[in-house]
Every structure is written in C-alpha cells, then in structure tokens.
Design a binder for this molecule. Sequence first.
Ligand SMILES: Cc1cc2nc3c(=O)[nH]c(=O)nc-3n(C[C@H](O)[C@H](O)[C@H](O)COP(=O)(O)OP(=O)(O)OC[C@H]3O[C@@H](n4cnc5c(N)ncnc54)[C@H](O)[C@@H]3O)c2cc1C
Length: 307
Amino acid sequence: MSWQSALEATGARVIPDAPLARLAYWRVGGPAQWLVDLTTVAQLSGVMRLAADGLPITVLGKGSNALVHDDGIAGAVLRLKGALAELVIDGTSATAGAGMLLTVLLRRLDEAGLAGAEPFAGVPGTVGGAVVMNAGTRLGEARDLVRSVTVVVPGGELRTLDAEALAFGYRTATLPEGAVVAFAELHLTDRDVEARQARRQELMEARKATQPLNLPSCGSTFTNPPGDYAGRLIEASGLKGLRIGGASVSTKHANFVVNHGDATAEDIRQVIVHIRETVFARHGIWMTPEVKLLGPWEPGALGRRSE
Ligand SMILES: Cc1cc2nc3c(=O)[nH]c(=O)nc-3n(C[C@H](O)[C@H](O)[C@H](O)COP(=O)(O)OP(=O)(O)OC[C@H]3O[C@@H](n4cnc5c(N)ncnc54)[C@H](O)[C@@H]3O)c2cc1C
C-alpha cells in the first residue's frame, strides 16, 4: 500500500501537495507532500504507527514559530483538529486538545470564569505549540499551568507525562523522540479572575504598541540572552531595517524579522544568519534562534559560530 493510501486508511483527511505558505505565519515555504488533518486520537495513533514504519512526520500548529523550507516538507504534515482541538473543563482543571488555538482557549476560559492562562496573552499559536515551545510572556509561561501532557509516540502508543518529565526550559520542552502532543491538562484558577484579565489586557495594549503586527513574522526570532534583550543587541548592532530580498529586520521591533510580501524562506534564513553573525562580531554574544526550521534544512542552516 502507498503511504497516501495508508494515511487515508486511518480515516484522516489527506491533501497531497498542499501549499503551506498560506498556513504558516511567515507566509513562505513550499508544499507539504501530504497535509493530514486529524480529528480523533485513533487517527493520530494510526498515523503514528506509520511513523514507526518510516513515514516522515512533521506537526504544524499555527505555524507562528516555524520557518518552512522553500522546497516544502516531505512526508506527512499533521494538523490537529476536531476532538484534538477541544476543551473539557472540570472544576479548576481543563484538558485542552493540542490543536486548540490559544486565543480560543483564553476566550473559553473567560466564558467559564476561569483564569491562569494569562501567560498566553497575545501568543498566536496552538496549545501543542505552546507546550513544545514553553511559550510565554512577562505574565508567565506554559510550565506555570501545564500539569501533564498526553503524547502519541511513533508506533501509536499514548503516554501521559507529568510536567516535570517535560523538563521545561526557556522556550524549550523535552518530549520523547518523535512524539506528538495530543492533549494538555491545565491547572487553572477561579480566583482574581478580573484582575488577571486586566493584566492580560494591559499586556495586549503594550504588544500592539511595540510589535510590527501588520507584516508577517514569527514574533521574536531569538531568545533573550541572559541579562540582556535580543532586540536591544540587534538594534545596537545597527541592524534595524536591514533587508535581504523580501525579508527585513523590523524597524519597529528589532527582534522581529518581517516578510514584506515577496520574501522566500531563504531570504528569511539569510537575515537570521546575518543578525546572528553581526551581533556576535559586535557584542561577542551568539544568540539562540527561537524559531523552528521545518523541512529539508541543512544542519547549521541558521549559522555556525566561528571561533
Ligand atoms: C506576532 C507574534 C507574537 C508572538 N509572541 C510570542 C510570545 O509573546 N511568547 C512566545 O512564547 N511566543 C510568541 N510567538 C511565537 C509563537 O506564537 C509560539 O512559539 C507558539 O507557541 C507557537 O505555536 P504554534 O502552534 O504556532 O507552533 P508552530 O509554529 O506550528 O510549531 C512550533 C514547533 O512546535 C512543533 N509542534 C507544534 N504542535 C505540536 C504538537 N502538537 N506536538 C508536537 N510538536 C508540535 C512544530 O513541529 C514546531 O517544531 C509569537 C509569534 C508571533 C507571530
């Protein structure tokens, strides 16, 4: 049986040669060999059995932290929907499907009179992407509210992992090799809900004032080095406005790389490498990219440190 027939046999919706540029925030990149929309855990397990047989698997959340290669992505690119994007509330706990958008999560919690997910204010990804990235803001990060996650590993088995097992770090989490996050159990609160909502609102206003939200980007391109800010270092290196092809360092927030409409993934990669090398030459700091590379990128595609 071909990979496509095997994917279809799981019950998932399979779209061959599907453009990804419209699905990922930077609006660049080539097609997925198969874009696979999954709506049940059984379908996800079925696809992950194929992963154990050698089918390459990539998960796409909202694509708000992902640079998709211009040649696209070989194998199956999974999107989690339906039962894998739902929210079940039980008192001050909730189980969120990994495909649920964080904006939808926040709205649903507001409606239920619950708080605790403020760290996600203005973060445009999914619950799964937030777990993998330990996404956060000055109001906290995923690790503050994720109690456990259920993942599906290659072979199709479901495993529930406590938050400690994820070893959350600054914009990082550790998952079993090749695992896909299916659900996250969240620890919430019904206390100080209005005050917490107000803090979220303040943060949203500040973000609107400081971030270039009118052009495609993936938010912060680099994590902040200890004791400093990536944006400050990039600006102090004279890089604001630096442009390669259709991509540039935002003039509004130097840690954002924006697409002026006609950028390629390669343009964006080159801007990132240029920033990294220039900041290192000027300040001796080799910054860490926050964005994830999806597709056939070479190792070291975002720059190699020259000693
Ligand atoms: C305007 C803007 C502002 C932003 N502000 C913030 C911010 O304040 N704080 C912050 O932390 N981030 C911020 N980001 C970055 C981004 O929104 C977060 O990193 C977010 O968590 C990514 O989620 P996603 O669903 O879009 O993941 P994607 O970009 O789709 O994927 C990111 C990585 O996670 C993997 N992945 C996604 N879902 C799963 C899953 N279910 N199982 C296994 N792997 C998975 C992908 O394969 C990829 O490697 C911002 C981005 C933008 C565009």
